[in-house]
Design a protein around this ligand. Structure first.
Ligand SMILES: [Fe+2]
Length: 340
């Protein structure tokens, strides 16, 4: 079954010019940015040390165990909805104020992570998404697979680069360990694709910066030489991808968990005053955002997620982090609250 999307036809939206739209036009950097241009993604080895990444994985598991639901990282019989906080697609967690847990913020402020985004954008004055984490446990028997959900996280009506997304990988991630699927080579030809089919159709579950592809459209990319790659990497590696690259994720089929943090940074100067005000609300109220850190903030008051096992709102989902982040200078700057 495909991901339910709202399809709508209408006039093409017009977006204002974007300062960085041409940034990844040429693969002439002589470093990993060239792969980002040509393939639409790259893996930065050891952005964080293996030890640090594996320690963060343990923190993620501790966070899961600290819910009074009986989950034990060493007991596969507890790898079930009834023992876990709410999650989607087998392990992506969005409730519980997780975006503002200290352990997740510690990963956003890792120097190697900031260095990578600084190299992409040419500035260290960055703002970060209040995004989430995933713990996809192996051998789940109670997760309904809803099929492929290939998409891009950018409106077809934006031209050029708009966003670079990131996954900080926290466990060994081989071919059977789940993770990110990227349609290699799709980002550089996405504009040609939409020039061919037009931009009148919206195919999204909500956000403007999203487009879900039909099977026919998918074939166009294969006919133009693109191929699916399951990105394999080690603990501490940072995957960066252009939001124009078609992607989705897969659950583990082997014996290892797929654990990672979603981190996306962009130049802080892209924030409007309204964006800054909204981000302060999100920061103060522990709300999450989408991956675009500087715009399109759709904030809404926290409501407890619906539990898959009971069908009822989760009383444990208060929206308050268990260990809320300390508002250091770096945290406030990356949040878009303090000026650089
Ligand atoms: Fe995505």
């Amino acid at each position: 079954m495909a991901v339910p999307v709202i399809t709508r036809r209408g006039p093409e939206p017009v977006f204002p010019p974007f300062e960085y739209s041409d940034l990844l036009n040429e693969a002439s950097f002589g470093d990993w940015r060239d792969a980002l241009v040509k393939d639409g993604y790259t893996v930065i080895k050891g952005a964080v040390s293996r030890e640090r990444a594996l320690a963060a994985r343990e923190e993620a598991f501790q966070w899961l165990e600290d819910f009074p639901l009986g989950f034990k990282r060493d007991d596969p019989s507890t790898f079930k909805n009834e023992h876990l906080p709410n999650h989607m697609k087998g392990g992506m967690i969005h409730g519980y104020g997780i975006a503002h847990e200290q352990w997740l913020w510690n990963l956003r402020t890792e120097p190697g992570v900031i260095d990578a985004f600084a190299k992409v954008w040419g500035t260290r004055d960055l703002v970060v998404s209040f995004d989430s984490a995933a713990v996809m446990l192996p051998n789940r028997t109670d997760v309904v697979d809803k099929g492929r959900w290939e998409h891009i996280d950018q409106s077809p009506s934006r031209r050029g680069l708009y966003c670079v997304q990131g996954i900080l990988n926290l466990n060994d991630c081989g071919p059977e360990d789940g993770g990110l699927m990227i349609l290699k080579g799709s980002a550089p030809i996405i504009e040609e694709f939409f020039n061919t089919i037009g931009r009148e159709e919206t195919r999204t579950w909500g956000p403007v910066d999203f487009y879900s592809f039909t099977d026919d459209q998918h074939q166009w990319f294969h006919d133009h030489g693109c191929e699916w790659v399951k990105v394999c990497c080690e603990p501490g590696d940072l995957i960066l991808w252009d939001s124009r690259a078609m992607h989705y994720n897969v659950r583990p089929t082997g014996q290892r968990d797929r654990t990672c943090a979603y981190i996306c940074m962009a130049p802080a100067k892209l924030l409007s005053n309204e964006d800054r005000q909204k981000r302060k609300v999100a920061f103060d109220q522990y709300l999450g955002t989408t991956h675009v850190p500087f715009a399109s903030l759709h904030l809404r008051a926290h409501t407890p997620g619906i539990r898959a096992d009971t069908g009822l709102p989760d009383p444990l989902d208060t929206g308050i982090p268990r260990y809320p982040r300390v508002a250091t200078d770096t945290v406030l700057k990356l949040s878009g609250i303090a000026a650089y």
